[in-house]
Design a protein around this ligand. Sequence first.
Ligand SMILES: O=c1ccn([C@@H]2O[C@H](COP(=O)(O)O)[C@@H](O)[C@H]2O)c(=O)[nH]1
Length: 281
Amino acid sequence: MRNSLFELMNRQELISQIQQKKSFLCIGLDVDLSKIPTHLLAEKDPIFEFNKQIIDATHHLAVAYKPNTAFYEAYGIKGWQALEKTINYMNVNYPELFTIADAKRGDIGNTSTMYAKAFFEDLNFDSVTVAPYMGSDSVEPFLAFENKNTILLALTSNKGGLDFQGLKTENEELYKRVLKTALTWKNSNNLMFVVGATKAEYFSEIRKIIPNHFLLVPGVGAQGGNLQDVCKYGLNKDCGLLINSSRGIIYAGNNENFAKAAQKEAKKLQQEMEIILNENS
Ligand SMILES: O=c1ccn([C@@H]2O[C@H](COP(=O)(O)O)[C@@H](O)[C@H]2O)c(=O)[nH]1
């Protein structure tokens, strides 16, 4: 199950999917064994079984899926195998979906290359999240992969995000410096950026610097971010947003009907998105 078997994801395919599904929803697959329905624990691979049922029930409502690798690494080899089965399942059965490994990597150049190979070549994700703290030579190895996206942390959703990202450097906040500097890097057209939904008041400033790039926006749902507020200043002519909700969707139910409950929550967000897209078309 490697690159050549699948149509490679690019920006245009993502935009077409948004238009067809009238959705810019990304569902976070953050599987915690203590939160999934107990009947699944009898399965050989409970994590994969949970993901499979969530994906099957919601793939028509979402354009992207984002497993956060921490939730797989925490279970050792079995967790990593479940992650591999999950990405393969999506690539084989729903190749139109945009897949995001939320791994927040980034290291010296040769190490970043190995991280990029792990997520882009071995696992065949469309994109991976990367931290900008180590600078250009830590990110460019990811950007070197054609038809793959590197999603750089810019302004994160957590409260402590502003501890550093909000610091003024030469009269502008560090997150703005990150955005501007990243645009100068080789293959910067392969970049997307993480901006938290809890920071909605920053979107208009951010769009002045990066009017065209896609933004991955976590923080709607469990963290209290508001979809309408984000869209007011974050949308661009191609939509340009992937709104993530993890716990708010995948743990909507915790019995045999969990996938239906997740579908219901995903549908609520998709319907809100459809209205927003129509209003902005
Ligand atoms: O700024 C950030 C960057 C990443 N995340 C991740 O997104 C999901 C959010 O999960 P919810 O359950 O919808 O709150 C999770 O994987 C985070 O690690 C983020 O929240 N904020």
